[in-house]
Design a protein around this ligand. Structure first.
Ligand code: BES
Ligand code: MN
Length: 450
């Protein structure tokens, strides 16, 4: 490659693809984004292939300067969440907008996960440009289905296991600590999603003629939802906490230290736009997000939704919910336990259909391995302050699979600013994090080589 790539211009190009994995009508643009990545890798001198799958393509790129050197495996995703509601965006989601005062770029996918992925790529490109070769072998795998639970990646990893073998896996699909402080994430929560439909009468009924005589599916659904927690925010599903691995004492101390330095409660209130926080008693906010399991209702509906009144007793109601799990809870067992608990509470005259959604295990990593130390040093050097050790609340289900299949250390060194609004309108990425991220990756290549 002759001229170095301009980081911002390249990022803007990348962000223009509406690579929305969940919407079938966007499949051509998802593919175009994969092909763009493939050609970017080739441009910087890597061997690259966008592999077709039953779903969206998986892009693999490699540079193996010396098979005897350590090999770094870098994972990221180029797919994004749907941008809706569109009217809440201040600039169109796929026309990247740079706010020069805030020093942020606004676009869907900016922080989750395009700019962090690009920081890896540009770090490698810059070192190649400056030094002519890398001190380590690098394998990139950038997938297009993370936001829908990576349905085809597991199979791909099994099939390509030998050629994807590495000494350490690096992922920046996580976030910085509250206050935008540098952090290594050593835990991710697992996820288990389900939907249930409460079915009652054969059709909607007149609520005067039948009200009081027939169980109302919406009322039943509301009671089922309310039965998930007690008044202290503990989850009431029998067996739910049985397999949970308790926190180590140092973890509670680390959470406390972070909360103090970052004023986490105040910070999180502002991010959420709420006056007060809420949740399980006995645990601090960062613990409730990172170290405790939770269940949230993601959607709830049924009955008349139009204007004015309509006096009916609806025939059905639906509820979508998802659990966030911690090590060692098994998502399938949790879904079974939840189903049994819900079914046992049904009043006469209604039935329950339960559909399991995507799920993935929680993951705990060792932050004190030699690779962990190398990552901490690289973070300190590029961001200027000692990184925190963080348990993140969100999920990257494939990480547990990486651990099982490859059995190597995994470093989660996310770049997303906590106020990046990922999955929300006006998603953005702090440019400082993007540029520091490029430096971080350059330093990391050197450190991991040692
Ligand atoms: N990048 C996020 C996960 C993340 C964000 C981890 C911040 C740590 C800190 C990822 O793209 C994501 O949103 N995952 C989904 C998984 C689901 C769709 C299977 C999630 O957590 O909801
Ligand atoms: Mn995401």
């Amino acid at each position: 490659m002759s001229t170095p790539l301009d980081p911002i211009a390249t990022l803007v190009e990348y962000l223009r693809f509406p690579s929305i994995s969940t919407q079938q009508e966007h499949a051509p643009q998802v593919r175009a984004c994969a092909e763009w990545l493939e050609s970017l890798f080739k441009k910087i001198g890597l061997h690259a292939i966008a592999y077709p799958t039953e779903g969206h393509p998986i892009v693999v790129a490699k540079t193996i300067p010396d098979p005897k050197k350590k090999t770094l495996f870098i994972y990221g995703h180029y797919d994004v969440q749907p941008p809706e509601p569109l009217e809440e965006w201040k600039s169109p989601p796929f026309q990247p907008h740079i706010d020069t005062k805030e020093e942020r770029i606004y676009a869907r996918g900016s922080s989750d996960n395009k700019a962090p992925t690009l920081a890896h790529i540009l770090g490698v490109a810059k070192t190649l440009q400056e030094k002519g070769s890398l001190p380590v072998n690098v394998i990139f795998l950038i997938e297009g289905e993370e936001e829908i639970g990576s349905p085809h990646l597991d199979h791909f990893l099994q099939e390509h296991q030998a050629e994807l073998a590495s000494d350490v896996i690096v992922i920046s699909d996580t976030g910085m600590a509250p206050g935008n402080l540098p952090a290594i994430t050593y835990a991710l929560r697992g996820i288990a999603a389900m939907e249930f439909i409460v079915r009652g009468p054969a059709h909607d009924l007149h609520s005067g003629l039948f009200g009081g005589a027939v169980a109302n599916p919406l009322t039943v659904a509301a009671r089922l939802i309310a039965s998930l927690h007690d008044e202290n925010g503990h989850i009431l599903i029998p067996g739910f906490y049985d397999d949970l691995q308790p926190q180590e004492p140092w973890e509670r101390d680390a959470a406390k230290a972070l909360e103090q330095v970052s004023q986490a409660d105040q910070y999180i209130k502002e991010l959420a736009g709420v006056e007060e926080l809420f949740g399980e008693t006995g645990f601090s906010t960062c613990e409730r997000i990172g170290a405790r399991p939770s269940v949230e209702v993601n959607g709830f509906g049924g009955g008349y939704q139009g204007t004015g009144t309509k006096t009916i007793l609806p025939k059905e109601a639906f509820v979508k919910l998802s659990f966030r799990l911690v090590a060692n809870q098994n998502p399938k067992i949790i879904l079974e336990q939840a189903s049994t608990y819900l079914r046992n509470q049904l009043p006469p005259g209604v039935s329950l259909d339960i559909i399991f959604g995507h799920y993935g295990e929680a993951c705990l990593m060792n932050p004190t391995s030699s690779y962990g130390k190398a990552a901490r040093e690289a973070l300190k050097e590029s961001f200027g302050t000692e990184p925190f050790l963080l348990r993140d609340g969100a999920s990257i289900p494939i990480v547990a699979q990486f651990k099982k299949i490859f059995g190597v250390d995994i470093l989660l060194i996310g770049l997303a600013n906590p106020d990046c609004a990922m999955h929300s309108p006006n998603e953005n990425m702090l440019l400082r994090n993007f540029f520091n991220g490029i430096t971080l990756n350059q330093i990391l290549l050197e450190r991991l080589a040692q």
